[in-house]
Design a protein around this ligand. Structure first.
Ligand code: SF4
Length: 241
């Protein structure tokens, strides 16, 4: 499986913030976010620059499982990049982790859905809004075309409602202009306010501090949950912590 990094840390985002977790960061993404602020996504070494020499390369699922066991964590967070671009391998990985009783959070942009959803504990779905489009780059068109897959988003919500897994809908927020788009997605995919988490856009402490207050006010105004980025508060933008 194409892997960027494997490490033990605390979950930094969403409803399981602070839970000790083993992170499986897959390499590659089908999108190329660049936010309105000009910031690239917070893991550009998996998306814009997947050839980064610090990425681990191909790692067998057995080896990943071995490292998970060594970590001693009950939780594991499969993140990226976009894990679902390797959907067959992801299915095997999730199946093996589930056999061990792991609490599996899958962080995904929600563009791809497949069998792997049957083994996860929490789907952390983070659809990308129009403020993520990398205007003026070679990826503008493909990002715009691929960033939303409404049937896939619906499947995530339907499976949550069937009890297959728990869910959170997490949005990187650049400002109030994002809210109308979130509301439209809610209408199309059917998810509730109580499952929505707004997260301030930013890749370092300065950005997060600046954007947290605005995001918190939006949460109060629209009845959404707030999530910070604990790992950035604690360790700044460092990799693998
Ligand atoms: S979808 Fe996620 S990993 Fe992919 S470019 Fe956007 S923020 Fe980065």
């Amino acid at each position: 499986m194409r892997i960027s990094e494997l490490f033990y840390s605390l979950q930094g985002e969403g409803k399981r913030t602070g839970v000790p977790s083993f992170f499986i960061r897959t390499n590659f993404c089908n999108l190329r976010c660049r936010f309105k602020s000009g910031n690239l996504c917070d893991t550009p070494y998996t998306s814009w620059n997947p050839g980064d020499e610090k990425n681990l390369g191909d790692v067998q699922v057995d080896k990943i499982i071995e490292e998970y066991k060594k970590s001693g964590a009950a939780d594991t967070v499969i993140t990226g990049g976009e894990p679902s671009v390797q959907k067959e391998e992801l299915d095997i990985l999730c199946r093996e982790l589930k056999k061990l009783g792991a609490y599996i959070t899958l962080e995904t942009n929600g563009t791809i859905v497949s069998n792997f959803i049957n083994h996860i504990s929490l789907a952390s779905v983070s659809p990308k809004l129009s403020t993520s489009v990398p205007y003026g780059t070679e990826y503008e068109k493909s990002h715009s075309l691929n960033r939303l897959n409404i049937p896939a988003l619906k499947q995530y919500e339907e499976n949550f409602r069937k009890g297959t897994f728990d869910i959170q809908w997490k949005f990187v927020v650049c400002g109030e202009e994002d809210i109308a788009e979130i509301k439209l997605l809610q209408k199309e995919a059917g998810f509730s306010d109580r499952d929505v988490y707004l997260m301030p856009e930013g890749i370092n402490r300065e950005d997060i501090n600046k954007n947290s207050a605005i995001t918190a006010e939006l949460c109060k105004k629209y009845g959404y949950n707030f999530t910070g980025r604990l790992h950035i508060d604690l360790w700044g933008g460092r990799r693998g912590v």
